[in-house]
Design a protein around this ligand. Structure first.
Ligand code: PLP
Length: 364
């Protein structure tokens, strides 16, 4: 018997996540100097990491011989104070991606369905398929997520409804009212997973805590990978009713997040200055890129995350040509958007370089 024959059903056909290309790989493949390459492909923070987080991570390096506090007391108690929720309402994950997988362990199995938008974050579909459940994808309406269409796709078999706002890779944002209406429309057997990975970039992100307090079925996911600039450490969290969190806690490994990451994340929560600066710079960068795309006559989705989705036509060719010029962006053909590129907001000079290269490449 082959290994594939011995493997669980579905694993051989399980799709694989395609990440943005690392700088070193592009340098190797194209014979470029890595120092001259700019990556605008994975929505990473161009301003580095929260300095408070880095200092805490350095201190934590002195205790690598010890297992971390598997209950993540310091991080959960700080989150509890910051968000005004009980400590038992938080789960810490190895990136918020892990929490999506943990929800799969708790709620998904063959025969159940997960509802999501087309071109939504691919991890929702990957986790759904991994547990043998069925993804149900609803179309975007003019590159926007229509939440009534999403609600209409819920059936008696639906367990999880995935929604990111701002959405990735599309970038569009749903209002607090739309999201609240969706939550109120959920039948008792469906749970909304609201992915707030980019909510930190909004001035007034929707606040679902009152709906959680009312007993509505929703879990919110946040990450330290984006505005806090800690993508490499892999840490995120979810908050929800204590009863739901207790179930998700059962599905995780005892020390799922490493101690360096937990210490850095705890310190990052105090770094309001860094967050405010990144939010301000990001808003300016969105305006800079948007104005540049407009000048080039390119259609783009007016996103509010730290990236923009722009329609360039032959996206494969443009992507390759930009890469030749040392600029890594993200083709979104795997999301069914073959004419579009997703471009992460960089520093002002990086944005300028991208716009100049794009103008050049579009002309040739
Ligand atoms: C970046 C991102 C995340 C966060 O992933 P981590 O595992 O926390 O790094 C989650 N959801 C979406 C939509 C994202 O774009």
């Amino acid at each position: 018997m082959t290994f594939a024959e011995l493997a669980n059903k579905g694993i051989s056909t399980q799709p694989v996540y395609e990440a943005g290309k690392p700088i070193d790989q592009v340098a190797r493949e194209l014979g470029l100097d890595p120092a001259g390459i700019v990556k605008m492909a994975s929505n990473e923070n161009p301003h580095g990491s929260s300095p408070k987080a880095v200092a805490a991570a350095e201190r934590a390096l002195r205790e690598l011989n010890l297992y971390p506090d598997g209950g993540y007391y310091a991080l959960r108690s700080k989150l509890s104070r910051k968000l005004g929720l009980g400590m038992d309402q938080f789960i810490i994950g190895d990136g918020s991606n892990e929490i999506i997988e943990l929800l799969g362990h708790v709620f998904l199995a063959p025969g159940v369905e997960c509802v999501m938008h087309q071109a939504s974050f691919v991890v929702y579909k990957l986790v759904t398929l991994m547990f043998g459940a069925t993804p149900v994808e609803v179309p975007l309406v003019n590159m926007r997520q229509d939440l009534r269409t999403l609600a209409a796709a819920i059936t008696p078999r639906t367990r999880l409804v995935f929604l990111a706002s701002p959405a990735n890779p599309v970038g569009a944002t749903n209002s607090a009212e739309e999201i609240a209406e969706l939550v109120r429309a959920l039948p008792p057997h469906a749970i909304l997973v609201l992915d707030e990975a980019y909510a930190d970039f909004l001035d007034n992100p929707p606040d679902l805590r009152p709906l959680i307090a009312e007993g509505r079925k929703v879990i919110c996911l946040r990450t330290f990978s984006k505005i806090y600039g800690l993508a490499s450490l892999r840490v995120g969290y979810g908050y929800a009713a204590a009863e739901l969190i207790a179930l998700v806690q059962r599905a995780r490994q005892p020390f799922n997040v490493n101690g360096v990451a937990a210490a850095a994340a705890t310190a990052a929560l105090d770094d309001d200055d860094f967050v405010a600066r990144c939010r301000r710079e990001n808003r300016a960068g969105l305006a800079q890129l948007g104005a540049g795309f407009g000048k080039l006559g390119l259609e783009f989705v007016p996103g509010q995350g730290n990236f923009l989705l722009v329609k360039v036509g032959e996206a494969g060719r443009i992507f390759a040509a930009l890469q030749q010029r040392g600029l890594i962006v993200r083709p979104v053909k795997p999301y069914g958007l073959p004419e579009w590129l997703r471009i992460t907001v960089g520093t002002p000079p990086q944005n300028e370089r991208l716009l100049a290269a794009l103008a050049d490449v579009l002309r040739s």
